[in-house]
Design a protein around this ligand. Structure first.
Ligand code: ZN
Length: 111
């Protein structure tokens, strides 16, 4: 079984991210021309990305609601309203992009 250079896989991801140097692109294309295995892998990668792109804007993932519930302060479920509970999580750090305002607290949904 022949082995392919590991960086070829990186090149594939770089290429699909639109973030590849022309030098690496040449190497990738050159290799793909002679390696069926990598052609197949590359094809699968492209399909996976096309699938994600085609669905990501349509609906939230199925577990979205569960994730939201998990992130809510646990005390709320058990004890009800106790305003002196945990301080609001900081929205400024972590670079997260989705927030949910819950009882005036910002609940970050992204790690
Ligand atoms: Zn290969």
């Amino acid at each position: 079984m022949k082995t392919c250079p590991e960086e070829l896989i990186d090149y594939m991801h770089d290429y699909l991210d639109g973030d590849i140097t022309s030098e690496n692109e040449q190497k990738l294309k050159h290799h793909l021309q002679q390696c069926e295995e990598c052609q197949h892998h590359f094809h699968e990668l492209k399909k996976a990305i096309a699938f994600v792109q085609s669905t990501s804007h349509i609906s939230a993932p199925d577990d979205f609601t569960n994730k939201v519930m998990d992130r809510l302060p646990k005390e709320k479920k058990k004890v009800g309203r106790r305003r002196e509970m945990a301080p609001p999580p900081s929205a400024a750090d972590g670079g997260c992009s989705i927030h949910l305002l819950y009882d005036r607290k910002c609940v970050c949904l992204m790690e």
